[in-house]
Design a binder for this molecule. Structure first.
Ligand SMILES: *Cc1c(COP(=O)(O)O)cnc(C)c1O
Length: 221
C-alpha cells in the first residue's frame, strides 16, 4: 500500500507506461490528483512529492482548504471537476484554474461573464454525458458539437476539450473512444477522462487529463 506520495509515484509510472505503449509522450498527459474529501494535512505530502494539479468537486469545500495550500506552494493548478451552479460562478472563477463541468448555456454564460469581470482566463472543458444517463450531468452527445460552437462563437470562450464520466457498469474504453471522436468533430484537442480504475485505458485512448483520486489518497469511506 504505502503512503500517498508513494502511490503517486506508482500512478505516474503507470501513466508513463500506458503513454509509451501508444507512442505518446508521457508529458502529454496531465495527472490531476483528486483531493475531494481529504483535508489539507493529507494533501500536503502529495504537494511535497511534486504534484501540482489537483481536482475538487465542490466550490465550498475547495474554498475551505485551497487558498492556504496555494499560498504555501507556487504553481498549484486547481481543477473544478464537479457540477457548478451559476450562483457559484464568481467564487469558482476566483479559486480555480480550470473547470471540467461546463454543461449548459447558463453556466457557460456565467463563467464567461465572470472571467471578463475578473480579467482571468480558465481552461474550460465541456462535460458530455456519453452514457446518456438521466441522473448524470453533461450535454447529450448529439448536442456536444453545437454546444462547443455556441461557446466559442457566441460567448467567445476558448474550449480546451471535452470531459466524460462513463457509466459504472459499462466498458469505459467505448466511452473514451466516443469522447475522442466527438472532440475531433468539435475541433478541440483536450480529453479529460479516466479515473482510478481506468486511467491507463483513458491514456491509451488519448486522454490529455486523467482525474485520479482514491488510487492516490486512498478510499473516501
Ligand atoms: C471523484 C472523482 C474522480 C476521481 O475518482 P476516483 O475513482 O477516486 O479516482 C474523478 N472525476 C470526477 C468527476 C470525480 O468526481
Amino acid at each position: 500500500m504505502g503512503d500517498a506520495a508513494q502511490r503517486l509515484g506508482e500512478i505516474r509510472a503507470r501513466i508513463a507506461d500506458a503513454a509509451k505503449g501508444r507512442g505518446r509522450d508521457p508529458s502529454s498527459v496531465t495527472l490531476i490528483a483528486v483531493s475531494k474529501t481529504f483535508e489539507a494535512d493529507a494533501i500536503r505530502p502529495v504537494i511535497a512529492a511534486g504534484q501540482r494539479h489537483f481536482g475538487e468537486n465542490r466550490v465550498q469545500e475547495a474554498k475551505a482548504k485551497w487558498p492556504e495550500l496555494k499560498a504555501e506552494t507556487a504553481g498549484i493548478v486547481l481543477h473544478l471537476i464537479g457540477p457548478l451552479q451559476s450562483n457559484k460562478a464568481k467564487e469558482a472563477v476566483e479559486l480555480f484554474d480550470a473547470i471540467h463541468s461546463i454543461d449548459r448555456e447558463k453556466i457557460a454564460r456565467a463563467v464567461a461573464a465572470e472571467m471578463n469581470k475578473q480579467g482571468k482566463r480558465l481552461e474550460l472543458f465541456v462535460q458530455v454525458n456519453t452514457g446518456e444517463e438521466p441522473q448524470k450531468a453533461g450535454v447529450m452527445p448529439a448536442d456536444a458539437v453545437a454546444f462547443v460552437t455556441m461557446c466559442r462563437e457566441e460567448l467567445g470562450l476558448d474550449i480546451a476539450g471535452l470531459m466524460c464520466i462513463p457509466p459504472v457498469d459499462e466498458e469505459p474504453a467505448v466511452h473514451f473512444a466516443f469522447l475522442a471522436k466527438l472532440a475531433e468533430e468539435a475541433g478541440v484537442s483536450g480529453l479529460s477522462m479516466g479515473m482510478s480504475d481506468d486511467f491507463e485505458t483513458a491514456v491509451e485512448f488519448g486522454a490529455s487529463h486523467v482525474r485520479v483520486g482514491s488510487a492516490i489518497f486512498g478510499g473516501r469511506g
